[in-house]
Design a binder for this molecule. Structure first.
Ligand code: ZN
Length: 452
């Protein structure tokens, strides 16, 4: 029931260009003055002196705006300057300079909600730079940086098709772009196309930007070996991978995942459209995936991985499948920012908790053995004590059950949105439930004593 986190890569627009234009006059030209000169210029376009005067004033105005980083006020003047003097070197230099600054300012101030729109706009300005400039190549690096940011955006939004199109575009410009190589490999690993993923990751195996890449490559190689005789069985956007022996199990889980997709989808109002890999390992293989795997009954790390044993009934396997699938939904909705207690509590809520566990928890509450939210997080991250973990799962479930019963599921969705925005647990609780952690815990205890 563990969750592993992905690394988010953020690369900032770093390239700089230098402008070799210097100002000659000291006077500041206002827009009004410039408009008057323009009117004169329009009616005397063939007069060389008037033409020169207008051009020099345009340059003065734009240089001023550039030096004061006051680019917004000059964007319409940029358009005019390029329109009237499309071949003038100095005009071209200053206008590309302003567009470049504008793109940089946009990237610097990007906020989550408007991210996609702002990236599109920055890209537009950089493409203008390339169209105007004599040396369009100098903007390649900056443009690639924007494409990388857009990739990150679509990746977080789980739009893997758009992410892949952008990654291909970056690799076409620069086949050694380490970000694109890493991200492409990562998407392929999540799709369980492991050998193909290695062809990308092997190219960056010595890159210090990815300190864990060697370990990740080893992990993929181990997984290729474990899945050596596995077959793929597809159902809608779910791909099951398992050995001959367990094919029958994958057929019955196929029907079950459809139920989970609809039920959990309607609770969270989210139905992922991309391909999801579900790997069913014989238990002894599953335990080889990492340390302490024996403590878990399933794993979600971009793929759903479940251990199979002849003695385990299909119903409990379906329980674990629902649990891990809920982790996938929460990861997508919060960009991996939900606290563990909420993540595990919701996963248990969707999987279903029986009366025996509820009564067991009630006894713990009566004995005064209840964990705080921080302690719950810590137990999930560190504990190897099965009984402690068992209680932590049930208690997290109870907190979620309390919120849904006393408020409703809509509150949960609001809370997840706030966690995605980066609010702390304290902030999310007081904003949505008007209570602090201690008050919540005390309410949950009362709730358990009464309801369980
Ligand atoms: Zn879990």
């Amino acid at each position: 029931m563990k969750i592993k986190k992905n690394i988010k890569i953020v690369i900032l627009l770093t390239s700089l260009i230098l402008l070799n234009i210097s100002s000659t006059s000291k006077a500041n030209i206002t827009k009004e003055t410039l408009n008057k000169i323009e009117t004169n210029f329009i009616s005397n376009k063939n007069n060389k002196i008037i033409r020169e005067k207008y051009k020099n004033n345009l340059l003065e105005f734009l240089l001023n705006a550039y030096n004061k980083k006051n680019t917004d006020t000059s964007l319409d003047i940029c358009q005019k300057a390029i329109h009237y003097f499309p071949n003038d070197e100095n005009i071209k230099k200053i206008v590309t300079g302003i567009y470049f600054e504008k793109a940089k300012a946009i990237v610097k101030n990007i906020t989550d909600e408007k991210e996609k729109m702002q990236l599109d706009l920055a890209q537009e300005y950089l493409e203008k730079c390339q169209q105007i400039s004599e040396n369009p190549k100098q903007f390649d690096k900056a443009l690639t940086d924007i494409l990388v940011r857009k990739c990150d955006f679509f990746y977080q939004e789980k739009d893997f098709d758009k992410t892949q199109i952008l990654l291909d575009e970056i690799l076409k410009k620069d086949s050694n772009n380490s970000y694109a190589l890493y991200r492409t490999g990562q998407i392929l690993v999540e799709r369980n196309e492991l050998k193909k993923a290695l062809t990308y990751w092997n190219k960056i195996s010595d890159n210090t930007l990815f300190p864990n890449i060697k370990k990740q490559i080893e992990q993929v190689k181990k997984d290729i070996n474990l899945q050596k005789n596995f077959k793929k069985i597809s159902w809608r956007n779910f791909n099951f991978y398992t050995s001959q022996k367990y094919q029958r199990v994958s057929y019955s889980l196929r029907k079950k995942i459809n139920q989970a997709y609809r039920k959990i989808g309607s609770d969270f109002n989210y139905y992922p459209k991309y391909n999801i890999a579900i790997i069913l390992y014989p238990k002894k293989y599953y335990n080889k995936l990492g340390d302490n795997m024996y403590l878990t009954s399933g794993l979600y790390d971009g793929k759903i991985r479940l251990p199979l044993e002849d003695s385990v009934p299909e119903n409990s396997l379906f329980r674990v499948l629902k649990h891990e699938y809920t982790h996938l939904v929460i990861r997508d909705l919060t960009s991996e920012k939900a606290p563990v207690w909420l993540n595990e509590g919701l996963a248990e809520y969707e999987a279903g908790v029986d009366n025996f566990r509820k009564k067991n928890l009630k006894q713990k509450v009566q004995d005064g053995k209840v964990y705080s939210l921080n302690l719950l997080n810590q137990i999930f991250e560190e504990s190897q004590n099965k009984e402690k973990l068992y209680t932590a799962y049930t208690e997290s479930f109870a907190i979620v059950d309390y919120i849904i019963t006393k408020f409703n599921f809509y509150k949960i969705l609001q809370m997840l949105k706030d966690f995605k925005k980066g609010y702390s647990t304290q902030e999310v609780l007081s904003k949505n439930l008007a209570k602090n952690q201690e008050e919540i815990l005390s309410d949950v205890k009362t709730f358990i004593k009464k309801e369980y």
